[in-house]
Unconditional design. Structure first.
Length: 122
């Protein structure tokens, strides 16, 4: 599971194993199909998953179908992205943000997680 180049859809049942016990730093995107801002951020997360493959896992949780972990983390609005390293939330981003801003957050997250700094630009 260490070089997944696309977001992984996670259920409530799989959340602990996939996210909290992940060997890689993970961005969890809490989203829903009806959410406009969620649809705006989805292609950015797709690109990030591909560009940072092997260094970062992008997990997506549909809050309509899997509400438990969103409730446990106190998610009030979507999209909410949790940056999780070694089972702990180290940063939270609520709402859609521009790609350069999100990439800066990812770079900082990976630096503080001790993984890396810059992806290959293809």
């Amino acid at each position: 599971m260490d070089s997944i180049a696309e977001p992984v859809h996670v259920t409530d049942a799989a959340f602990e194993k996939t996210v909290l016990q992940a060997p890689l730093p993970t961005i969890v995107d809490f989203w829903a199909p009806w959410c406009g801002p969620c649809r705006m951020v989805a292609p950015i997360l797709d690109k990030i998953a591909k560009d940072y493959s092997g260094q970062l896992l992008v997990a997506k949780v549909n809050t309509d179908e899997n509400p438990s972990w969103a409730q446990k983390f106190g998610v009030q609005g979507i999209p909410t992205m949790l940056f999780v390293s070694q089972g702990k939330v180290v940063h939270q981003q609520v709402g859609a943000v521009p790609e350069p801003y999100l990439r800066d957050m990812v770079d900082e997250f990976l630096r503080t997680a001790g993984v890396l700094s810059k992806p290959d630009k293809n």
